[in-house]
Design a protein around this ligand. Structure first.
Ligand code: SAH
Length: 226
């Protein structure tokens, strides 16, 4: 699959839609205009890639809705050269957006199949600078810490303590935390010495953040899903 003029046109429309919904940071809009979202979804969903909706990916997970990606990325306030950790690689799209904003990106996924697919896609698209790991995101990435920014893209039961510990002083973390059984509120956490400041954002719906890793391959997964 390629990135054609038609795709670029659809992307422009999507970005205009996001602007109308309140997304305004130029760096975020520029990245969303640049990254070919249709190359992060299954071929069968290609025609839906530039609709503002979440789509199913492997392992019963989802690629977040573009508005959600833009909202989280704006709250994160990423600047060029920052070291950013993402928990929940999924399709790899959010990591690609952070890469397009010139961040130094580390991303962690618990499902082997998603980790493998996203890693391949990063190389295919020339985003090989993105470092991806098949690990449990609850533990963060101690060897690479501290980070300027941490973004969690799955619903956390509570603020993951290990992640707060891996933030730099004045660093920011954006994490959707369970509000009810079916929805999360977005939290923006800023580290100030021993303290953390917290601001609550809008409500969203994410797939759950789960402990441990899954090592199944594509074929084994199909079996499991039957
Ligand atoms: N950022 C992704 C969104 C994927 S959905 C994208 O742009 O496509 C959230 C992802 O978080 C899922 O792939 C899920 O498997 C992953 N996840 C859930 N719990 C996790 C954990 N403890 N560690 C790492 N990844 C996790």
């Amino acid at each position: 699959m390629q990135d054609t003029f038609r795709h670029k046109g659809l992307r422009k429309k999507l970005v205009e839609e996001l602007q109308a919904k309140g997304i305004h940071q130029p760096a975020v809009l520029k990245a969303m205009l640049a990254v070919p979202r249709h190359l992060f979804v299954d071929k069968t969903f290609e025609h839906l890639a530039y609709k503002d909706i979440a789509l199913r990916i492997d392992a019963n997970q989802t690629i977040s809705q573009p508005y959600t990606v833009a909202y989280q990325t704006e709250l994160l306030a990423v600047e060029s050269g920052m070291k950013v950790l993402e928990i929940g690689t999924g399709s790899g799209y959010q990591a690609a957006i952070l890469h397009a904003m010139e961040a130094s990106v580390y991303t962690v996924e618990r499902h082997a199949i998603l980790h493998q697919k996203a890693s391949k896609q990063f190389v295919f698209l020339g985003y090989e600078a993105i470092q991806s790991y098949h690990q449990d995101g609850f533990e963060g990435l101690a060897n690479e810490a501290p980070f300027d920014r941490i973004i969690v893209t799955a619903a956390a039961p509570e603020i993951p303590k290990a992640l707060v510990a891996q933030l730099k002083n004045k660093g920011r973390m954006v994490v959707p935390v369970n509000k009810s059984k079916t929805s999360q509120h977005m939290l923006l956490i800023q580290k100030e010495g021993d303290k953390t400041l917290m601001v609550e954002g809008a409500d969203f719906v994410f797939v759950p953040m789960l402990k441990g890793i899954e090592s199944e391959t594509g074929t084994a997964l199909k079996r499991l899903n039957k």
